[in-house]
Ligand binder design. Structure first.
Ligand SMILES: Nc1ncnc2c1ncn2[C@@H]1O[C@H](COP(=O)(O)OP(=O)(O)OP(=O)(O)O)[C@@H](O)[C@H]1O
Ligand SMILES: [Mg+2]
Length: 405
């Protein structure tokens, strides 16, 4: 009898606690949170009165994607709930992701469900058949019955369909005596600089009076963030090169603006590649492969939004670049010849566009930053030609093209 292949053999050889490299994991202690002491201290002082049963300030948190806004808010509110409980104060925190819940009704229902205990309150939140003002009444009723202080976190607040209406009602709840005894505070989070401009003056002053800014990280901070999670890996998979591996991921994520999500994702994906390869140790090559894969995914996503012809143009550029002798630039006319071959013979169901149309598509692709073009002189009296440079490697582009529907 042939021996059974163990498909799970390499599982567990690379990661000892992969959850540490999952974006949604909230660190269990301060030691894993780097460079956010000021923001956490500021947020604590805005919300701190909740610990004594008083109304917390409304806070607006702003910063680019991946700079720790959601994570720090959840981390700090968890601590606040604990500190309140120590003082005999019950604090109810409703977390609403407005990306998933963008209508006012969805916000009320999600907030209500997340703080409610139906057995105690006898209140419930159906998603249909009850008017919005009734739903609000239920929300206030649940907060009043269960908590001394309520805090509603509206994450990705810029995704709200009607921010003025929703925020107006929520921020007025305390003042208009909708709530009997519970004190309510709001925390709004956004990565869109222009969001505030959409707000009417009343809502704006009540929400954004206390604004906390989360700046991007530099490469050194990103490296510390990654190293503070290195116990995600088994000891044996990290050798003397490990610092270099972490630094490669950190440096890349710092290049654009300093996004911790990107750094952590990269490291997890590098580990997954090492695992799949059955590698003994994690190497910078794994990070580089993860990076290529991330670029490829980004390209696929971008190309999926483009007309199908763009895919053949990109493929033609990549094939021409791959066959060009080193040092030689890719000329747009060679690209067109390759494009004709691809559409006339290899993909017969695709129309072959004129050179003029292909040139327009090249310009559009340049606007999307997936390639650059330059006019060059072909030599004395020979006029000029267009040279085409791909942003990513031809191999990455070709793999991406294969994955575009
Ligand atoms: N200072 C930090 N220390 C440790 N980990 C961090 C830090 N900042 C961010 N992270 C991690 O980076 C990832 C992204 O952070 P988070 O989700 O909080 O970003 P965000 O600012 O809310 O971004 P977005 O605007 O895209 O929602 C999370 O896994 C988080 O744990
Ligand atoms: Mg977030």
């Amino acid at each position: 009898m042939s021996e059974e292949k163990d498909y799970f053999e390499s599982v567990g050889a690379v990661f000892s606690n992969k959850d540490l490299l999952r974006i949604e994991t909230i660190p269990e202690s301060d030691s894993r949170i780097i460079g956010r002491e000021k923001q956490l201290t500021d947020l604590a002082s805005e919300l701190g009165s909740a610990m004594n049963g008083q109304k917390p300030n409304n806070v607006f948190i702003f910063g680019k994607p991946g700079v720790g806004k959601s994570m720090c808010s959840k981390y700090l509110l968890r601590q606040l709930v604990g500190r309140g409980a120590d003082n005999g104060i019950s604090i109810g925190v409703a977390y609403v992701d407005c990306m998933q819940n963008s209508t006012e009704t969805q916000v009320i229902v999600t907030a209500g469900e997340s703080i409610n205990d139906r057995e105690q309150t006898n209140v419930y939140f159906p998603s249909g058949g009850v008017s919005r003002s009734r739903l609000y009444d239920r929300l206030w009723d649940a907060f009043d019955q269960l908590y001394d202080v309520g805090i509603i976190i509206l994450d990705e607040i810029d995704k709200l369909e009607d921010p003025n209406e929703t925020l107006g009602t929520l921020s007025r709840a305390g003042e208009s005596e909708k709530l009997d005894s519970c004190q309510l505070g709001l925390v709004g989070i956004s990565n869109k600089a222009r969001f505030e401009q959409r707000l009417g003056s009343e809502v704006k002053s009540s929400l954004t009076q206390n604004e906390l800014v989360f700046p991007p990280y530099d490469a050194k901070e990103l490296l510390e963030i990654l190293k503070a999670r290195q116990d995600a890996f088994t000891e044996s998979v990290l050798d003397e090169d490990a610092d270099h591996v972490f630094a490669t991921a950190a440096k890349f994520a710092a290049k654009e603006y300093g996004d911790a999500r990107q750094a952590i994702d990269l490291l997890r994906k590098a580990g997954e590649i090492a695992e799949r390869e059955g590698a003994q140790t994690l190497q910078t090559g794994h990070v580089e492969q993860a990076l290529d894969k991330a670029e490829e995914d980004k390209l696929v996503k971008m190309m999926q939004t483009q007309p199908v012809q763009s895919k053949y143009v990109m493929q033609a550029v990549a094939l021409t670049a791959r066959h060009a002798p080193t040092g030689e630039v890719v000329k747009s006319h060679d690209v067109y010849a390759k494009y004709e071959q691809l559409t006339e013979y290899e993909n017969v169901d695709i129309n072959t566009l004129s050179w003029r149309r292909v040139r327009d598509l090249l310009d559009e692709l340049e606007d999307l930053d997936v390639l650059q073009q330059q006019r060059k002189g072909a030599g004395k009296g020979k006029g000029t030609y267009r040279a085409v440079y791909l942003t990513d490697s031809p191999e990455t582009v070709l793999r991406a093209c294969e994955n575009v529907e």
